[in-house]
Write a protein that binds this ligand. Structure first.
Ligand SMILES: [Zn+2]
Length: 87
């Protein structure tokens, strides 16, 4: 029974995976689905400035995340901030 700590998680379920997608989108690019490379739409919960990407083709979605100044993002319900510098 292999123990696979590096097994792939759900698409975009980590800051490390989500951050470059968000940064590309923020810079005017298109966020592409990690599953089928279709464009992803940005869903916004405007009341709390929380976002997530949802693939327009297959429905793959990222977790809800908060976008902060200077490109920092954090995923709701997750601790740790991989790939981002500390404040
Ligand atoms: Zn997709």
């Amino acid at each position: 029974m292999p123990d696979a700590p590096d097994a792939p998680a759900a698409p975009l379920s980590s800051i490390a995976a989500l951050k470059p997608v968000w940064e590309r989108f923020r810079d005017g690019g298109v966020a592409l689905c990690p599953v089928d490379a279709a464009p992803m739409a940005l869903a916004v919960d405007g009341s709390v400035d929380v976002y997530r990407f949802v693939c327009v083709r297959c429905g793959t979605s990222s977790p809800w995340f908060e976008a902060k100044l200077a490109g920092r993002i954090s995923i709701k319900g997750q601790s740790g901030d991989l790939g981002a510098s500390d404040e």
